[in-house]
Design a protein around this ligand. Structure first.
Ligand code: NAD
Length: 294
């Protein structure tokens, strides 16, 4: 099986390396030549353009920032759609608007090319370990045929429904994560303001109903003032924008996502766009006029 892979950023690079470790024949492309060289040094073939990463491939995988980039790479003037052969499959692992996934799938279908939307949860550490969680939309038979490929990069690979369903699940995931981080920030500040150590509050509640994977990943970062990404505020704003767009199109209520989106936008304008999303705590610190620390 010949695989093309476009998008070698924080996530794409380790994911591509895990495919190589499993012996797949991989050709990689990114706008950043150094990223291509790094993955080529691990055994991939280097492509100099989209065409070289797409032409003659059985599967093309993409791991790009957002809908405009995936549309450009697939359907733009130099786009991969024109180089993919009938019977080949696009697996887009980027987190994008589900409406865009369906548009791209419809354009590819006209050329006999299938598509799965397969966004992930887990971040860079799980991309490196190959333990990401994949949420997949697309035809069941195409999903089953390509599950082993995704299993090289993920511990959990779940089909959610037809095309676009993977990105709907990812948007749901991003609402829960964003609101959870805001709640943890609010709680730690409340504890400190009431004169109780926020570290003690965290240790006391993490094993109970309030505990969560998000709390265990983010509270230690907050308590040590370490906001190195991780998952950047700007990427979460991108996801919440997609949440609000999708919600508007189906008239779904999203008061909490809207609120956290406003907090993240303020942080972006304060220069925190490249900080980890645990830096939501800084919004509370600004309101309270003091820092939360262990
Ligand atoms: P990133 O910005 O680090 O990487 C994106 C890569 O795409 C970059 O290397 C960029 O050069 C490349 N690129 C952009 N436009 C291109 C084009 N036209 N042609 C070729 N290459 C192009 O982003 P990331 O953190 O790797 O995230 C990728 C996707 O995964 C996003 O949708 C993000 O929301 C999602 N995601 C990220 C994380 C995380 O923790 N970083 C976790 C889960 C999901």
């Amino acid at each position: 099986m010949k695989i093309g892979f476009i998008g070698l950023g924080i996530m794409g690079k380790p994911m591509a390396k895990n495919l190589l470790k499993n012996g797949y024949d991989l050709t990689v492309y990114d706008l950043v030549p150094a990223a291509v060289e790094e993955v080529a040094a691990c055994g991939a073939k280097a492509a100099a353009c989209i065409r070289e990463a797409a032409e003659g491939m059985d599967v093309l995988m993409t791991m790009l920032p957002n809908s405009p980039q995936v549309k450009e790479v697939m359907l733009g003037a130099e786009g991969a759609a024109q180089w993919l052969q009938p019977g080949s499959v696009l697996i887009d692992m980027s987190s994008i608007n589900p409406v865009a996934s369906r548009e791209i799938a419809a354009a590819l279908a006209e050329k006999g090319v299938e598509m799965l939307d397969a966004p992930v949860s887990g971040g860079e550490p799980k991309a490196i370990d190959g333990t990401l969680a994949f949420m997949v939309g697309g035809k069941e038979a195409i999903f089953e045929a390509h599950k082993p490929l995704l299993k090289c990069m993920g511990a959990s690979v779940t089909r959610v429904g037809e095309i676009g369903a993977g990105n709907v699940a990812k948007l749901c995931n991003q609402v829960v994560v964003a609101v959870n981080i805001a709640a943890v920030s609010e709680a730690l500040m409340l504890g400190q303001k009431c004169g109780v150590s926020p570290e003690a509050v965290y240790q006391a509640i993490r094993g109970g109903l309030a505990g969560s994977t998000v709390m265990d990943a983010k509270a230690p970062m907050m308590l040590s003032g370490n906001f190195a990404p991780g998952f950047r505020i700007d990427l979460h704003i991108k996801d919440l924008n997609n949440v609000l767009d999708a919600a508007k199109s189906v008239d779904a209520p999203t008061p909490l996502a809207s609120q956290v989106m406003e907090m993240m936008k303020i942080l972006h304008h304060d220069g925190e766009g490249s900080s980890d999303h645990s830096a939501l705590l800084k919004f509370y610190e600004k309101l309270a006029g003091e820092e939360v620390r262990a």
